[in-house]
Ligand binder design. Structure first.
Ligand code: ATP
Ligand code: MG
Ligand code: FE
Length: 335
């Protein structure tokens, strides 16, 4: 099975051709980060315009990179949500037009399912599995009894962890998105400030990052008023230690309640070096039989390859969309 997949939920325009849900024949990603940088975040209108300008070329490039044509394509998959409505609509309109013109079935994919399935492009996933989904808009623990079935067992009560990274990045004067830069700065600093680790001991699988975010911002602000200059690298290291501690603790708690074969870390924050390191050590120690998956760095952020990987289980079950398919900006990941 060859699936052409299209992703346009936020600020990446992407197209990929995926064979049998795991073989990446091509994956082309056009990032708009530079256009949003001077605004310190994604501007929806600008995102939509870029998607319109890029999408045809990106799809053509995906065919070229794969070295194939429409005759080998079995279905067209597209991100239905969650994401920015205007951005999603560009990909959905392109996918519908192409599916209609080439007489191929259409598949609607949840963007967060895509993030989880990014790991399947490297190694087959084993079920039941648990996924720690950490991105710009989500912080969730998701239990999957089998392919295509999702139970969100934990969620953030306020900010997503990636959002906290980006807001602190902004206050530190780092370019958007700040997550990667804070990660780099943290490696040069020391964890000397004791920032709050909200809900870490609560017996549930939920998260809260707004208190941590405010604590860091207030600390910077108060130091500034006293005329002190704090070392950015130490702030970054202390913030990252607090955030990662909570992510690791809650994931271990979930593993304790849900015996699984695999643990899949997913989303943009899965690129974080400290999360990778600490989770690897903690899981190896407490759950040596659980297989840990991190997507390769290039597949942590938004891309169409992961959408093509997730589309395969819909294809196998004959779950197709029709041409009335509409964007769902708040689409949830639950059965
Ligand atoms: P969602 O997937 O929830 O709809 P999104 O698509 O905007 O949101 P992703 O593209 O999955 O989010 O991830 C982007 C986020 O990942 C940003 O918040 C970014 O700062 C963060 N990020 C990227 N690299 C790192 C890193 N090394 N450490 C921490 N955060 C990172
Ligand atoms: Mg992005
Ligand atoms: Fe994403």
């Amino acid at each position: 099975t060859n699936i052409l997949a299209i992703e346009s939920s936020c600020d990446e325009t992407s197209a990929a051709i995926i064979k049998d849900g795991h073989e990446m024949r091509s994956n082309v990603v056009a990032s708009q980060i530079k256009s949003h940088m001077r605004f310190g975040g994604v501007v929806p209108e600008i995102a939509s315009r870029h998607h319109v300008e890029q999408i045809t070329q990106v799809i053509a490039a995906a065919f070229k990179e794969a070295g194939c044509d429409w005759d080998v394509i079995d279905a067209v998959a597209v991100t239905q949500g969650p994401g920015l409505v205007g951005a999603l609509l560009i990909g959905i309109t392109a996918a519908k037009s192409l599916a209609f013109a080439h007489n191929k079935p259409l598949i609607a994919v949840n963007h967060m399912a895509g993030h989880i399935y990014a790991s399947q492009l490297v190694e087959r996933l084993n079920f039941p599995l648990l996924s720690l989904v950490v991105s710009g808009g989500h912080t969730e623990l998701v239990y999957m009894p089998s392919h295509g079935h999702f139970q969100t067992i934990g969620d953030t009560r306020d900010d997503a962890v990636g959002e906290a990274y980006d807001k602190i990045g902004r206050v530190l004067g780092l370019a958007y998105p700040g997550g990667k830069k804070i990660d780099e700065l943290a490696q040069e600093g020391q964890d000397i400030y004791d920032y709050p680790r909200a809900m870490i001991n609560e017996d549930n699988f939920d998260f809260s990052f707004s208190g941590l975010k405010s604590a860091v911002i207030n600390h910077l602000h108060n130091a500034d008023q006293r005329g002190e200059t704090l070392k950015q690298a130490d702030i970054a290291a202390s913030f990252q230690a607090a955030a990662v501690d909570v992510l690791v603790a809650k994931t271990l708690r979930a593993l304790d309640h849900y015996p699984v074969k695999d643990l899949v870390v997913a989303g943009g924050v899965a690129a974080n070096s400290s999360l990778r390191q600490k989770l690897k050590i903690a899981v190896a120690k407490a759950y040596p039989d659980v297989k840990l998956h991190f997507p390769p760095l290039a597949l942590c952020g938004d891309n169409a390859a992961m959408i093509g990987a997730a589309a395969q289980y819909h294809y196998d079950k004959g779950e197709f969309a029709d041409l009335s398919l509409d964007a769902k900006p708040g689409l949830a990941l639950n059965d």
